[in-house]
Design a protein around this ligand. Structure first.
Ligand code: F0G
Length: 434
């Protein structure tokens, strides 16, 4: 199966070897994607093969990424793959969250069930495989926390040296702790995500490190499988909407590419609409989607949100993401800190839980329903991108009435669940509980 890299810019489309180390097109500066010009499969046979692999104990088949390896055929051989049994994340019905948002029914695809607790693992197993194939020794990323946790785990498992760059003071301790535990060299830079990405891009060439941010096209390949697995789990019934939070916009790019490819391969017969939700203080993609046709992204210089995972003002993958949103007849919404916090508590009450950025989905759906842009009887899947335990501090503050926005506004703890301190006294406790 010949695979190649191709420039994403419509006016360029320059082609490169799949083994070239490229993050941007050397001719025009455009984004790069993996492409498989000659692929064709018999859709029913492929679906059957993928279903049968669920019964297999081979590590490659047990992975919820590599099980679908026919749709990510960039490796010549799969013997260097490092899997931590990523993917395999559940679809969960959430009636309470559906009612909160004004839907008849809502399903969460919970990527927080991944080995390091976020969707990044789907992409990282592919990025690490490509790093090994290229003979890389050191890998690096800048991250709001989840990419660094995931990269640290996969790099260490693969015998690579992980170097992590994170914004000092602006990632949750859960994520920082993961990078440390998984053995990453961890540099806390006094700058924000966008500034550090620019820094790391110059350093990558200078000191010879392989970048595993989502501008790396192999990360995107892996993240495609989130949607492929979703369709497989739904017996290929296409939903009306797929809703996801938007930060650096790698995931939006991956979902859109997956949908286009599945359609071209005859695996699905229509395309669900993508709804990308941003936090109000970090919403350059929302602004772009609502700007006149042909506009370019205007970066938000000082992005702010308590959903630190999506605290990004200059998302590099915006050209891909904009294309994918348009191709799917999708839309972009933004939600406030209060809306995210309350939606998060509602997801928790479903017994499901998530980290704050993931809850932007439910807040966004509620807003889209209220605006009449989504119908109550539509079939909606929202992607919860990260595990509840990634950011327990946020949760504790919300439930105890201590959560404030970065600008100092107090978040109202609408659905507070305060812990109660009690004496070691059975009578008093019995009274309290009666
Ligand atoms: N949700 C979570 C939990 C994330 O960690 C991220 C991104 C997103 C949503 C947004 O996805 O960037 O593909 O649009 N986190 C990155 C990181 C930036 O460094 O961990 P995106």
């Amino acid at each position: 199966m010949p695979a190649e890299l191709i420039c994403f810019s419509p006016g360029c489309r320059a082609r490169f070897a799949i083994t070239d180390v490229l993050y941007n097109c050397p001719r025009c500066g455009g984004l790069i994607e993996a492409s498989y010009p000659d692929w064709s499969y018999e859709p029913a046979a492929l679906k059957k093969l993928w279903r049968e692999r669920r019964m297999s104990n081979l590590p490659l088949d047990a992975s919820g990424v590599w099980r679908y390896r026919e749709i990510i055929p960039f490796l010549a051989e799969s013997d260097r793959v490092v899997s931590l049994r990523e993917g395999n994340t559940p679809l969960l019905d959430a009636p309470r969250a559906a009612a909160y948002a004004g839907l008849d029914r809502l399903t969460f695809k919970h990527q927080g069930f991944n080995p390091t607790g976020s969707f990044k693992d789907n992409g990282m197993t592919c990025g690490a495989a490509q790093a090994l194939r290229l003979g890389m020794k050191r890998v690096a990323c800048v991250s709001t926390g989840n990419t660094s946790a995931s990269m640290a785990a996969y790099a260490s498992a693969a015998g690579l040296d992980p170097i992590v760059f994170i914004p000092h003071g602006n990632i949750s301790y859960g994520k920082l702790a993961q990078a440390l535990d998984y053995g990453a060299r961890t540099l806390q830079v006094e700058a924000n995500f966008d500034q550090i990405l620019a820094l790391v891009r110059t350093l990558a060439d200078r000191i010879g490190i392989y970048l595993l941010n989502s501008i790396n096209p192999f990360r995107i390949e892996g993240q495609k499988t989130i949607v492929v697995e979703m369709m497989d789990q739904r017996d290929w019934r296409v939903p009306d909407w797929i809703v996801l939070p938007g930060g650096a916009l790698g995931n939006t790019s991956a979902f859109g590419k997956a949908l286009r490819e599945m359609r071209a391969l005859g695996l699905i017969d229509r395309t669900p609409r993508l709804a990308v939700i941003q936090a109000e203080g970090s919403a350059p993609f929302y602004d772009l989607a609502h700007a006149p046709e042909g506009a370019s992204l205007r970066a938000v210089e000082n992005p702010e949100t308590l959903a630190t995972a999506i605290r990004i003002g200059d998302p590099v993958s915006w050209p891909k993401a904009l294309y994918e949103v348009r191709c799917s007849n999708g839309l972009v919404e933004k939600v406030s800190e209060q809306e995210i916090a309350d939606a998060k508590a509602q997801i928790g009450r479903c017994g499901i839980g998530s980290e704050p950025a993931s809850a932007a989905t439910l807040a966004g759906i509620r807003k889209l329903r209220a605006a009449g842009l989504m119908r109550g009887d539509e079939d909606v899947v929202a992607v919860l991108t990260g595990n509840l335990l990634k950011d327990p501090d946020y949760i504790y503050r919300y439930h105890t009435g201590q959560l404030t926005t970065p600008s100092g506004t107090k978040i109202v703890s609408t659905f507070a669940n305060q812990p109660t301190v009690v004496p070691n006294d059975p009578d008093r406790i019995a009274d309290l509980l009666s």
